[in-house]
Design a protein around this ligand. Sequence first.
Ligand code: FEO
Length: 174
Amino acid sequence: MLSKSIEKALNNQITLEAYASFYYLSMASWCDTQGYVGTSKFLYSHADEEKMHMLKIFHFINDSGSHALTPSIKEVPHQFKSLKYLFQDVLKHEQLVSKSINQLVGLCLQEKDYSTYNFLQWYVSEQHEEEKLIKTILDKIKLIGETQPGMYMIDKEIEGMIGTGVDTGISNPA
Ligand code: FEO
């Protein structure tokens, strides 16, 4: 059984992962409407991965004899200024998720909950890979430049990054 504070913090993490899933789904939809087919596929896939991150915690809480709660999600943005701004938003959200995971890890150490600490190590690596991946995309956008042919190239590049890094829900199931 988890302590009440760890149960609460894990449920809070569920909300963050669920928000990320809906956020990236909205981004995928916007990309679809703008003709960014490759980026749209990347973000649909990323939204699925975030759902998997959420479910992994969900099962962990219940398997530990505590109670996972279905989160309420506030409305996500539906419009984005450009691909560059969109991925800057992704990076900001991932940095927030990383901070929250780190706080959770700290709480586990404080409470000597080594089982949850161990479970969270996957998320620690995951966040490192995710931030790296999004930074790479932002670097490519900067390098290629936001001209029309440049955006076409960037879209293709991003499509080629689907499933790269640790963060592939499909290859790292719960
Ligand atoms: Fe599951 Fe991208 O945080």
